[in-house]
Ligand binder design. Structure first.
Ligand code: HEM
Length: 410
């Protein structure tokens, strides 16, 4: 068990670069405030930090995900046509659909992520992990992100979506451009343009993959499932199909890479927990759950308020965006004792790392399985694993918390 002890009277403002590096002092100040707070950097919008408020408001049907798509395009209506391709694509993501359209598609997509379906991937994940570890064996030091946390989820999701190995790296580069836009609440038009170009190219890659797949080969992967859904359901257009492919690629590797990286980093800072992971089969599972709480790979997301909401004595007006700060909710002292302590043996370790209610992450079981295997096998294979640098650099995107590099000696 250990503590993230950084305390500051004047922590950096929410979403600022300083807050991205270490958001917890900022969260601590906001957690002591009211349950609903105006968002200083985006007037007219609101933020929730406390766990109970996040959980309750996430279930509120007066909130929309479909409406938020427009606020991701940071230009006035006069310039919207310039970004129309990105806007139309993004609006089709499952993540951005409201009921009843969301309910129908989500039910169909759940089939690809049922626990038995994911469990069938275990041997494949273990094989990828073994290969990556074998490649590291002869080296004195490696970058856990580049050599391990990055390739594992990419291989898994690429295989599920039928992306050929030769295109994996290109797809990841393009996906990173989408993430740089998606993950920065203060996004600019330039990042949006870059994301639009990336999305166009990803759509064209998936068009080719789908065309080839249609011509013959069959299988039991996610691409087959999506093709079947589109074939059976006349309401799902080819554009909808491509949008889900891009969503699954982006969602399927970025966050899982960050979970693995955050887990290895945190465990190296708390060696007693790392020892447990080496010796106790159940410890990897508990460690991953505690990392999901302690260094949440998704720090927050937003919804749009469709009708005035009175919550806990505060009025949130229709039309406002409401930001849920999951990373803060996980450090709420009303939720957990000693929230800034990393303790893999916590009982009832509740968190919202995968969101909640209708949009709860469809890939949560897969992400957990990949992270548990990755952390356990790395710890076991390299008993002398050590950090090269106590303060590695974090990625600059607020929403997706992960390390840029994690150099270690083996
Ligand atoms: C550590 C890894 C992951 C984390 C922390 C994570 C987190 C999240 C969160 C917080 C949401 C809800 C967002 C919102 O309500 O606005 C979400 C939704 C989603 N995630 Fe994940 N995710 C992870 C891995 C994955 C994987 C591996 C996949 C797929 C292969 C995936 C696919 C999706 C999809 C499709 C949605 C939209 C669900 C819906 O709207 O119904 N995620 N994820």
């Amino acid at each position: 068990m250990g503590t993230d002890a950084t305390m500051s009277a004047n922590p950096p403002p929410l979403f600022s670069p300083g807050c991205v590096v270490n958001p917890y002092p900022t969260y601590r100040v906001h957690l002591a405030g009211p349950s609903v707070q105006p968002l200083a950097v985006m007037p007219g919008n609101f933020v929730v930090f406390q766990f109970a408020a996040c959980s309750a408001l996430l279930r509120d049907r007066r909130l929309s995900v479909a409406q938020r798509a427009r606020s991701f395009i940071p230009v006035g209506d006069d310039r919207l046509p310039e970004f129309n391709d990105l806007y139309q694509h993004f609006r089709r993501w499952l993540l951005n659909l409201d009921a009843p359209v969301h309910t129908r598609l989500r039910k169909l997509m759940n089939a690809g992520f049922a626990p038995v379906t994911v469990e069938r991937l275990r041997l494949e994940i273990e094989a990828v992990v073994r290969r990556l570890l074998a490649d590291m064996e002869t080296r004195h030091s490696v970058d856990v992100i580049e050599d391990y946390a990055y390739p594992l989820p990419v291989r898994v999701i690429s295989r599920l979506l039928g992306i050929p190995e030769s295109l994996e790296n290109r797809c990841v580069q393009l996906s990173s451009d989408v993430v740089a836009w998606l993950g920065n609440p203060r996004r600019a038009a330039e990042e949006t343009e870059c994301a639009q170009m990336a999305v166009r190219e990803l759509e064209s890659i998936f068009e080719t993959v789908i065309r080839k797949r249609d011509k013959g080969s069959s299988g039991d992967d996610l691409l087959c499932l999506l093709l079947k859904i589109a074939a059976d359901d006349g309401a799902i257009t080819p554009a909808d199909l491509l949008a889900q492919c891009v969503l699954l690629l982006v969602a399927g590797h970025e966050t899982t890479r960050n979970l693995i990286g955050n887990a290895v980093y945190t465990l190296l800072k708390y060696p007693a927990a790392l020892d447990e992971v080496r010796t106790d089969d159940n410890a990897a599972r508990m460690a991953v759950e505690e990392v999901l709480r302690f260094e949440s790979p998704v720090q927050g997301f937003r919804r749009t308020v469709m009708e005035d909401i009175d919550f806990d004595g505060y009025r949130i007006s229709a039309g406002a965006d409401l930001f849920f700060i999951l990373g803060a909710a996980h450090r709420d002292p009303r939720l957990v004792e000693a929230p800034d302590s990393f303790d893999i043996r916590r009982n009832h370790n509740r968190h919202l790392a995968f969101g909640g209610d209708a949009h709860v992450c469809v890939g949560a079981t897969l992400a957990r399985l990949e992270a548990q295997i990755a952390v356990r096998e790395l710890a076991r294979r390299f008993p002398s694993l050590a950090l090269v640098n106590d303060n590695p650099e974090w990625n600059p995107t607020f929403t997706f918390r992960g390390l840029r590099r994690l150099p270690v000696t083996l």
